[in-house]
Design a protein around this ligand. Sequence first.
Ligand code: ATP
Ligand code: MG
Length: 388
Amino acid sequence: MITYDHIMIRFGELSTKGKNKKQFIHLLYNNIRHALKEFDGLVLEERYDHIYIKLNGQDYEPVIERLQDISGIQAMSLVYKCESDIEEIKKSSLELIKQEEGKTFKVTCKRSNKKFPLVSDEIIRKVAPVILRNTDLKVDVHNPDILLSIEVREEGTYIFVRTYPGIGGYPLGIAGKSMHMLSGGIDSPVAAYLMMKRGVTIECIHFASPPYTQEAVIYKLEDILGKLNRYQQKIRLNIVPFTKIQEAIYDNVPESYCITLMRRMMFRLASMLSLRRNCPVISSGESVGQVASQTLQSIHVINEVTNVPVIRPCATMDKLEIIALSKKIDTYEISIRPYEDCCTIFTPKAPKTAPHLEEVKAFEEKFEWKSLLEEAIKNVEVKYIGDE
Ligand code: ATP
Ligand code: MG
């Protein structure tokens, strides 16, 4: 019985990044090191094509599980490292394949160490017969039960059979920061995850309307962000007091237009904060057509208040797809906890699905909202969820 001693990490999309590649890999390396800090004894090696983790006797399962939350990792394999010597390679390949279940196999080989005396095909033709002679396995080149891969490199040869998927995307921090609108519903945590997966660090903004909305909403957000800490270890939450703005809207604007105006105010506030906090974009959990405020016409009228680009990762997803992802990232059960949101509390019976911009602007002439926005921004409450 031989034990796998390394995990080999593959980058996927990163490999297409030309001269920035080194910088990308180094960021990923740091993110991985950070995420694995609770594991003792692991040694990370940063190389041009892969990052390797030397297990030093550590159990591989919890390490792989943790790595499956790190954006920028396409896949990882459990590998055995031996000397680049054909006899060693033959012996180790046989031992490793004996530990697997299945009836058929295929051997693949990659030789990046051009000094190695045999080319890939020759290595395969040396290894496969040893397996055929010493096991009951048969070769199947099209659909093998076991795929044994051999990578001959300068520093040694890596042999592996088991590969695990990562979440893909880019390493967190590569793409700057987004001001993410977090509501406590199902969609916005999923949108946050999709941003982070793409390498974007998030900072959250939440509009709270006490006493109409309860403190429980904030606990809910903290729980959601606690789950998202797996992807980003520390998340800033900006809680914006929204009550006065909301009341002013309801005092001055016909009910059917309240949501449109409320959302315009939200985007104004998000824009103001995004500039202060160095976030070049805003993101939200909106999905085309899902509710009255998310028809194309509503999105047009609401988005009109800002020049800051708004990224809506869930825009074209069906609710069922969003729910499936929220279950995957483990926020679903928290999101469905009943609570009063500032949107649900004032929900009109017949919100406008096709608001007119000119009418909206006329309503906004009727009351003094600018100072209310300034005041709200001044009174933002800040919390940090998770730690560095
Ligand atoms: P979610 O499931 O994310 O709550 P939703 O389907 O309920 O979304 P809306 O309530 O229309 O849809 O909200 C659309 C988006 O606007 C949310 O995904 C979120 O990004 C943002 N949003 C809504 N309410 C708030 C809030 N109180 N604070 C911050 N952002 C909000
Ligand atoms: Mg909502």
